[in-house]
Design a protein around this ligand. Structure first.
Ligand code: FMN
Length: 378
């Protein structure tokens, strides 16, 4: 049976042809080999009989085939499992509740608080909470549900304290949900205050304390960040491990206000916040990879580098916020053009950097318990 996968037209047809050619070659070579009584493998024989340049071409072509095929299968797996609109599985529903709750936490932590924010969130969140209640019998102890209730509590309280009308928002929840919102534990979610004075001795903190108290901040003081400090943080991050120590990560430090503004306009994840003094773009140099199987390694290595950099900045008393580069084609193209990025660099993430304000609010972003994400194989 011939299995036809249509992804990239000509290339997949080639895949079928290549399989056929390989098989035919194998047969004729095997016949030949059997005749001669030679047990040499097909590959070794090919290497012996074909010119080196042709052999190199065949090997590279094989990688190209693998690249398209494996990328397609990867896309299929992603498509089978990601949280589609109207999700059915618990984790998929939790994903959407977390996403919406995070938007509320961001709204609550805005320096320039906007009463009545989140109309779109309120149009989706109650439905997702209902679904969560149906799927998870223990929803009342679910970290995501509790964080949502706490964020909603803070939202309602801030509005009601200021005499703002929340009857529309209230009407969207069931009586039971409203009770949970009213009785939510504020430790579970909402906003959190970060103070500059608490960051003064960061360089002396243990890893545990530094890590525990790092939070993303999205508003910074006007104090410029020196290039020297940034270079020091980048140098500290060079200890980040990478595959075979190939160090594919590349760093773009953007200090030009206009460029930052344009880049963040395309990025879209911090709309409405003041501009940061510095924006760092982490990319990965694809020339550091050798086979199709390594196609995602740049994200892993760049992601590890990003985490080290976040902690390095924090240890130096600098605030930061990672920002995604999950772009559609148009956004990626515009970003590449704006920052003049070479074709061989792939986008990993941005990091906003700045000095801490005297006081700033940020999202609580409550974490799951480590045990709930761990599977022990014995
Ligand atoms: C790869 C990545 C992309 C992110 N993108 C955004 C973004 O676009 N906008 C935003 O406000 N926060 C973004 N964040 C920050 C997360 O919201 C934040 O890290 C998360 O809520 C955990 O909070 P914490 O960093 O304070 O511990 C991103 C974080 C990561 C790691």
């Amino acid at each position: 049976m011939i299995k036809v996968i249509i992804v990239n037209g000509i290339k997949i047809v080639c895949l079928q042809c290549f399989g056929f050619i390989k098989k035919s070659f194998k047969l004729s070579v095997t016949e030949n080999a059997n005749k001669k009584g030679d047990a040499m493998g097909v590959k070794a024989l090919m290497e012996k009989v074909l010119p080196t340049r042709l052999m190199v071409g065949i090997k590279n072509f094989r990688q190209t085939i693998h690249l398209y095929k494996d990328s397609f299968l990867q896309a299929c797996r992603f498509n089978r499992n990601y949280s589609h609109i109207d999700p059915k599985e618990q984790v998929q529903v939790e994903t959407r509740v977390m996403f919406l709750t995070h938007q509320i936490e961001k709204g609550l932590s805005h320096g320039d608080f906007r009463y009545g924010f989140g109309k779109k969130i309120f149009n989706e969140l109650p439905f997702m909470l209902n679904r969560m209640e149906q799927i998870d019998i223990n929803f009342i102890n679910n970290t995501v549900y509790r964080e949502s209730m706490a964020a909603l509590h803070e939202y309602m309280a801030r509005h009601m304290d200021a005499g703002q009308d929340v009857s529309w928002q209230k009407s969207l929840f069931t009586g039971e949900q409203w009770e949970h919102i009213i009785n939510a534990d504020l430790q579970d979610g909402g906003s959190l205050i970060i103070r500059q004075k608490d960051k003064l001795h960061n360089s002396e903190l243990s890893f545990m304390m530094l890590n525990e108290h790092r939070h993303s901040v999205r508003e910074f003081s006007d104090e410029p960040v020196s290039l020297n400090d940034l270079e020091q943080a980048i140098q500290m991050s060079m200890r980040t491990p990478s595959v075979c120590n190939r160090q594919p990560t590349r760093i773009h430090v953007i200090r030009n206000k206009q460029l930052i503004k344009q880049a963040l306009n395309i990025q879209g994840g911090v709309n409405g916040y003041p501009l940061p003094p510095v924006l760092i773009l982490i990319t990965s140099d694809l020339r550091a990879f050798m086979t199709s199987y390594e196609r995602n390694e740049g994200f892993t290595d760049g992601g590890l580098f990003g985490m080290t950099l976040l902690l390095a900045l924090e240890s130096m008393g600098l605030g930061s916020c990672p920002l995604n580069t999950m772009f559609n084609r148009k956004a990626e193209k515009s970003t590449r053009k704006l920052l003049n990025l070479p074709d061989y660099e792939m986008l990993v993430m941005y990091i906003e950097v700045g000095h801490f304000k005297e006081q700033v609010k940020t999202c609580k972003s409550t974490r799951f318990n480590g045990k709930t994400i761990t599977t022990v194989h014995e």
